[in-house]
Write a protein that binds this ligand. Structure first.
Ligand SMILES: [Zn+2]
Ligand SMILES: [Zn+2]
Length: 506
């Protein structure tokens, strides 16, 4: 859940006057209680690790059940860690302590030291790092049970580095940008109020999105896919689908993850990434199908759509908050002791908005990419029974055939199985546990929809192929209406709050 984490960490870094600890002496209480909370949470992780290692040593055949239980508890403990951090900052006085102690004198005034806001969520960073150290043993044992001695696992250091790299790219980068912005506004306020600075900070995000793919390769340790049959096949398919990218990349994960992704807006800085495991375990035609899904994202302009959606949404949100602020100021001023807490409002709103509205858009786009994945491995015969060497595939992914749909759904189910999402679905019951599990499945799949739903939709296309053009039409309408509503809202809000004020507030 990197996105949830980004919002929580950004909220922790905001200039808020966090409450002091409940009892005296405050400094000692805040530091020691926070330390205790972190140690307790690490003990929980240690218990899980020990259970995994012992169970597997006793009974290596239980690896699938153990992997499942381990995955579930690890996710629970992720939320525990976030909760513990929130408790430390809000209840035990850790946020208060950081903001009070880490001061420097600047132009005769005490100010929070540069980047000291990053130490407010320090309990989380400590927990995260501690958990990597602890979970390493459990994951190495699971890896051993799965691969015997055929494939070496990471060294402890390499494992931590592997996790750290992903965390740095997906979570730390946006949080660090916010911390930089706040540090600048503390130590160079006149600069941050200048129009040039505002224009620069507005362009930094699009520029980053554009060039991030170039940084990703060294940052995540991705390698150019070596020449050979796999690469030749992908290049041939890219050609047939009229798709261009800079390179095909391989992500070595020691068999931990089966996944693929596309990054980059422009063909010149666009990469398609495959993890080692997906290439090893999927038969060639299913790798084609997965590749087709990624190509589908580019063909349907999803990455551009997301960039436009985010830009518009952020502008609308800023304008909306400005409007509410103007109205509130006129009606009833906020008491000063609560004023800093108002910073939490935009972060919470944006988090909820992303989860609901972006989730809605993203799930539809994923479905569209799924359909393109089917088309990528479809032949020109809409009633075919199977494919062989003589099969003629459609150019540009123009047609959809039953075998193509089946190949893609097989690939989807296999990837789910490998990543531990699959398995037979238990009978649905209306118990609390079942409801919670269902809600959790949705939480996890907010960007993609749960796997059974994706597969079920593709199967409906087998029975009634005319549903496909209708789905595409409806989706096009949905995208246009969404973007027009956002653009309309921005124009209306911009007019009422004033464009100059809006630009200054961004
Ligand atoms: Zn996708
Ligand atoms: Zn076919």
């Amino acid at each position: 859940m990197p996105i949830l984490l980004v919002f929580v960490l950004i909220a922790a870094c905001l200039p808020i006057e966090w409450p002091a600890p409940p009892v005296d002496p405050p400094r000692e209480v805040a530091a020691s209680l926070t330390g205790c909370a972190v140690v307790l949470a690490l003990l929980a992780a240690m218990t899980l690790r020990t259970w995994v290692v012992r169970t597997l040593q006793r009974d290596p055949d239980s690896r699938f059940e153990v992997a499942h239980v381990y995955g579930c508890w690890r996710r629970v403990l992720f939320f525990v860690n976030v909760g513990v951090t929130a408790g430390c900052v809000l209840g035990l006085g850790w946020g208060w302590l950081t903001r009070r102690e880490l001061l420097v004198f600047w132009r005769g005034e005490a100010r929070l030291a540069p980047f000291a806001e990053l130490l407010v969520p320090l309990p989380y960073f400590a927990l995260l790092f501690g958990c990597w150290l602890i979970y390493f043993d459990a994951e190495r044992e699971l890896h051993r049970a799965l691969y015997k001695d055929d494939r070496p696992f990471w060294s402890r250091l390499a494992y931590i580095l592997h996790n750290l790299r992903q965390f740095a790219l997906l979570v730390l980068l946006p949080v660090a940008l916010i911390a930089t912005q706040q540090t600048l506004s503390r130590f160079a306020p006149e600069t941050t109020r200048s129009d040039a600075y505002r224009a620069a900070s507005l362009t930094v995000v699009p520029v980053m999105i554009l060039f991030l793919p170039l940084v990703m390769k060294p940052l995540l340790g991705l390698q150019s896919m070596p020449a050979g049959p796999v690469r030749d096949r992908l290049e041939a398919l890219a050609k047939r689908l009229n798709f261009r990218c800079t390179d095909f990349l391989l992500w070595p994960t020691h068999g931990a993850v089966a996944n693929a992704m596309i990054v980059g807006l422009l063909p010149r800085v666009r990469f398609v990434v495959f993890t080692d495991r997906i290439l090893e375990e999927l038969p060639p035609e299913e790798v084609d199908a997965v590749f087709g899904h990624e190509v589908g994202h580019a063909k349907h302009g999803h990455i551009w759509l997301y960039a436009g959606f985010l830009t518009l949404s952020l502008s609308v949100l800023a304008a909306l908050l400005l409007l509410v602020g103007q109205q509130l100021d006129a009606a009833m001023p906020v008491p000063t002791e609560y004023a800093t807490w108002l910073g939490l409002v935009p972060v919470t709103l944006l988090g909820a908005y992303m989860f609901v509205v972006f989730g809605l858009l993203s799930r539809r786009c994923e479905r569209q990419a799924d359909v393109f994945g089917c088309k990528a491995v479809s032949c020109i015969n809409p009633a075919c029974v199977c494919h062989d060497e003589k099969t003629i595939y459609a150019k540009g992914g123009a047609s959809l055939c039953p075998t193509g749909i089946r190949t893609f759904t097989r690939a989807l189910e296999r990837v789910a199985q490998i990543n531990g999402f699959g398995g037979p679905q238990p009978e649905k019951q209306f118990t609390l546990g079942e409801l919670l599990r269902g809600a959790w499945a949705w939480m996890r799949a907010w960007q993609h929809s749960p796997m059974p739903r994706r597969v079920a939709f593709l199967y409906t296309l087998l029975d009634s192929p005319t549903d496909e053009p209708r789905f595409q039409r409806r989706l096009a309408v949905f995208k246009w209406v969404l973007m027009l509503i956002l653009a309309g809202a921005l124009v209306a809000l911009g007019q009422s709050v004033g464009w100059k004020e809006l630009f200054d507030a961004m």
